[in-house]
Design a protein around this ligand. Structure first.
Ligand code: KG4
Ligand code: ZN
Length: 331
């Protein structure tokens, strides 16, 4: 079975081809136009997707040496994400699928982040936990099987990726914030600033990052509104550690509560090397897995891969599914 995947939920225009569970090609056209605004501008994202989609899809097909008429279906993210951005991908997919007379498969982006781990670890066994950490989500799920998910806990306010992005903006760094803070933190002392770790000592699998962002803002204000360059590495390292400490302490709590000792980490923040290193060191008694970096941040390989699974089950297939910007995984 051969599936083309299309991803346009935020600011990456991506297309990929998957055949019998193997990713043949994966193309991600990152939109550069947002950097100068310090975040994603929805209208620019939609227009850029429109401009880039056809050539990105053609590039994915050409790199895989698959011809359009060999496709069995086209999978696309229908949510969660930015309304206009999602519409470009879903409209493109419906049009192409109708033209080729093949099914269109509408998928949940977060579910695709979870199942991206099966690309790297095909032998993965259910049940497992998944720490989903992206620009809009910080959640821990118990995954019983495909389509059977229990929410163990989530953030009360900002997502971890959002904390990175807002923190980077406060520090005058670029976007995406996680990458920039990680770079700025190199060589810094993580104990230099005692940033708050909200809900750290509680027994609840819950996160809160809005106070951390405010603490960073106050710290910078106390330094006169701009941090001296000599302090940047220490502050970035302290901030990054505060986020990672909370994420991993709550993952530990979730593992203890559920007694499920295999956990995956998915979503853009899973690309963070401190998170990966610390998870390896702190969880030697469990199995912690994360996909390669290119599969953590937004991509269409995960969409094509999950699309093929659903197509084989003839589930979520048709030409009528529409976008749902606040689509949630059911629990
Ligand atoms: O999954 P993703 O690419 O898009 C969404 O579905 O939201 O996640 C984007 C988020 C951004 O907030 C970005 O700052 C964060 O992932 N991110 C990182 C790193 N790379 C991307 N956060 C920490 N460290 C990184 N290396
Ligand atoms: Zn994502």
């Amino acid at each position: 079975m051969i599936v083309l995947g299309i991803e346009t939920s935020c600011d990456e225009t991506a297309a990929a081809v998957c055949k019998d569970g193997t990713v043949l090609s994966s193309v991600v056209a990152s939109q550069e136009d947002h950097a100068r605004y310090g975040g994603v501008v929805p209208e620019i994202a939609s227009r850029s997707h429109e401009r880039l989609l056809l050539e990105t899809a053609n590039e994915a097909l050409s790199r895989s040496s698959v011809r359009k008429r060999e496709l069995d279906g086209i999978a696309v993210t229908r949510g969660p994400g930015l309304m206009g951005a999602l519409l470009t991908g879903v409209s493109f997919t419906h049009g192409m699928a109708l033209g080729l007379n093949i099914p269109s498969i509408g998928l949940n982006h977060m579910e695709a982040h979870i199942f991206a781990n099966f690309i790297a670890y095909p032998e993965l066994q259910f049940p497992f936990l998944c720490l989903l950490v992206s620009g809009g989500h910080t959640q821990i799920w118990r995954v019983e099987r495909l389509g059977d998910y229990e929410l163990i806990g989530e953030t009360r306010d900002d997502a971890a990726g959002e904390a990175f992005d807002k923190g980077a903006r406060i520090l005058g760094l670029g976007y995406p914030g996680g990458v920039e803070i990680e770079k700025a933190a190199e060589g810094g002392n993580p104990d230099a600033v005692a940033f708050p770790r909200a809900l750290y000592k509680t027994d609840a699998v819950e996160f809160s990052f809005s106070g951390l962002k405010t603490a960073l803002l106050r710290h910078v204000e106390l330094r006169g509104g701009t941090l001296p360059q000599s302090e940047l590495a220490d502050v970035a390292a302290s901030y990054q550690h505060a986020i990672v400490d909370v994420l991993l302490s709550k993952l530990r709590l979730a593992i203890d509560k559920t007694e499920v000792s295999t956990a995956l980490v998915g979503g853009g923040v899973a690309a963070n090397s401190l998170l990966r290193k610390k998870a390896e060191a702190d969880f030697s008694d469990c199995t912690i897995l994360y996909p390669e970096i290119a599969l953590c941040t937004d991509n269409a390989a995960m969409i094509a891969f999950l699309g093929e699974i659903y197509l084989m089950r003839e589930n979520k297939v048709g030409h009528t599914h529409s976008v749902v910007p606040n689509l949630r995984l059911s629990s």
